[in-house]
Ligand binder design. Structure first.
Ligand SMILES: [Zn+2]
Ligand SMILES: [Zn+2]
Length: 279
């Protein structure tokens, strides 16, 4: 099973690989900088080389970088929009410099302007980014729980954005199981998961599905609450997780945990639980 987790980059960025190794990861996700700030210190060539070297030794593949939190590519605030675009372009290049395969992106919040407006604005932003950065990695749009005015809670949103960018080859899809459940897709049952993934196939396309964020959900089905829970302890539950990790569309994809880690060994237990569910 291609399993890993989101690991911290505190200290030196390449120390994230040591954390992944200690936890037995075969893939990992990081922020490439402080996700709550706009600016970041440039990476030194030495840091980049060291990360690549360690990653190669441990055998981490793919490497996933998650977009910082402040960026909102669909904000109606023009100043914030331009700032977001600029930061995004620099962050996607940074991820590429690190040798990442995927850059996971939230679709943003339209702040009351409406979904249609937001989806078109996002498509235009992505076109600008792709033209400016010419990324040698894939941008993975992640589904959301649908709280507030966030885009990405319906699979139709992805279809719209992909169509509006003329099916750009740079765009893929990351399925977050907690977010899907909270948005009303019942991925906790065999039937519900099958129906959800059928929608994904029809609206987004099988070939664009590249990554699973494997999180249990504290919130109920359709609660719109984005709160991750340890595997088996949330509303998706152990049987739901078993169905997810064994589904034919998902089982060969990288799975990344983004669970809360309240206790020191939560992450190890989550990894072990998921492995034990594989048939
Ligand atoms: Zn996620
Ligand atoms: Zn989340």
């Amino acid at each position: 099973m291609l399993l890993g987790m989101h690991v911290s980059i505190s200290g030196k960025i390449y120390e994230s690989v040591d954390r992944a190794r200690e936890r037995g990861c075969r893939t990992m996700q990081i922020f490439s900088r402080n996700p709550r700030a706009w600016k970041a210190k440039d990476l030194s060539p030495m840091e980049v080389e060291e990360l690549k070297k360690r990653r190669c030794q441990v055998g981490i593949n793919p490497l996933v970088v998650h977009v910082p939190y402040l960026i909102n590519l669909v904000t109606p605030d023009e100043e914030l929009y331009l700032r977001s675009l600029e930061a995004y372009i620099s962050d996607v290049k940074r991820a590429e410099t690190l040798g990442a395969e995927y850059f996971v992106t939230h679709m943003g919040n339209h702040k009351g302007k409406g979904e249609e407006w937001g989806l078109i604005r996002l498509a235009r932003a992505l076109e600008t980014i792709i033209a400016a950065a010419r990324p040698g990695l894939m941008i993975l749009l992640e589904n959301t729980a649908g709280s507030g005015s966030s885009l990405g809670s319906r699979m139709e949103h992805f279809k719209k954005v992909i169509e509006a960018t003329e099916g750009s080859e740079c765009l893929g899809f990351c399925l977050d199981t907690c977010h899907a459940f909270a948005a009303g897709y019942d991925v906790s049952t065999e039937r519900g998961l099958a129906r959800t993934l059928q929608e994904v196939e029809e609206l987004i396309g099988r070939e664009r599905v590249k990554l699973v964020h494997i999180n249990d959900s504290k919130g109920e089905l359709n609660s719109r609450v984005d709160r991750h829970e340890n595997i088996g302890q949330g509303k998706i539950g152990l049987e739901g997780m078993r169905v997810i990790v064994n589904h034919s569309l998902l089982k060969n994809l990288p799975f990344i945990l983004e669970t809360p880690m309240k206790n020191g060994d939560d992450d190890l237990r989550n990894m072990a639980t998921l492995r034990s569910l594989r048939e």
